[in-house]
Design a protein around this ligand. Sequence first.
Ligand code: LLP
Length: 432
Amino acid sequence: MFISECLSVNDKNHLTIGGVDTIELAEKYGTPLYVMDEGQIRKNCRMFRHSIDSYYGGKGLVTYASKAFSCKEMCRIVAEEGLGLDVVSAGEIYTAVQAGFPADRMFFHGNNKTPQEIAYALETGVGRIVVDNLTELELLEKMACAAEKTVKILFRIKPGVDAHTHSFVRTGQIDSKFGLALETGEAMEAVKQAAKLKNVELVGLHCHIGSQIFDIEPFEHAAEVMLNFIAQIKEETGLTIQELDLGGGFGIKYVPENDPVPYDGYMERVSEVVKKSCQKLGIEQPFIIIEPGRSIAGPAGITLYKVGSIKNIPNVRTYVAIDGGMTDNPRYALYQSEYELVVAGRAGDARTQSITLAGKCCESGDLIGKDMSTQEIQEGDIVAVLATGAYNYSMASNYNRIPRPAVVMVKDGASRIIIKRESLEDLIRNDI
Ligand code: LLP
């Protein structure tokens, strides 16, 4: 009935998540409130693990892209599920370390890692550093040498693939701030330079073509391009690339019209491309890594808000104002994202209204969605915005000095706080 499996309607006609009544959650913890379902997160992790195991015969690793939703509890769950972790800042590394996440299963990404971040990654023993450019390669060699360490690296490559998604989250094409270009010879130059270095060991290549992608073809194309490059490296330098990280980007259902690829089908088709290409090129199949973020955390989360004022502008639109907005979910403001809205207390009713859900910030663009179809909606109602588990808490801000909401985890009918609501004191904690 709803876009995520963890959602349902109980006998009071209330929306439930993980078997917990959302009206009760709003009463107990207040609003706005992010709610995540642990069962759904674990199921998503297992589904990816299972398909990588079955299609690559155990020669693969699923790493969760923690930028989608990072906190200590999420890191603990992902560690228990046996996944690796994609980290992109000292903050994400620190969070994972504090949660006891094994550092050797972390992949450190980023197009401009600072010297402090590199030093921290070396100190914590992060398993792989995904090097973005030649400046970083030189810096890393120097710092690893000074620390008397050898680091295993992957190179971030732009495969020149255009994924059909929003331009802000498209990364595989040549005009991108991420990675080394194949066409210009820059990537091969980097490989040759790395081969000369003592404290840096090139073990793999990485690409990530974008996010919220629905087609399989761009992924197949990227895999093929990367394997061709691996063969070219072997031919020109004799070096064997052992690991191939194909990134994340699998689209999820935000609204019923979205039609995500069944992830298992994606794995199957890409694995066929990998096998065939390796055979054709006469190279050994590399260890395959994938980095899903949104598809693990997104469908597992919802955000609960309380409706304040409702403004009906005849023949124009009806604005329904909530107690949150772009500070907890900036995705409409940034990408005109679409979301599904449910009136939590009338969840099973038919949708009879079309409304615009407005946040409380001093900013006209502060909307969660325009023309959203919904059940009858009244002032004081609790409403749920669905599939907000990824890139919502992690992109939240304190604009207008609005504290970030709490995050509650539900599991088998019980709930617990995993991130406390920010207080007013938290807002001035660093003010002098
Ligand atoms: N690996 C790398 C290197 C990435 O840059 C990303 C996402 C991922 C993996 C995970 O991609 P996912 O599976 O989550 O699509 N804030 C935007 C999304 C930005 C994605 C950034 N990189 C949004 O809210 O749509």
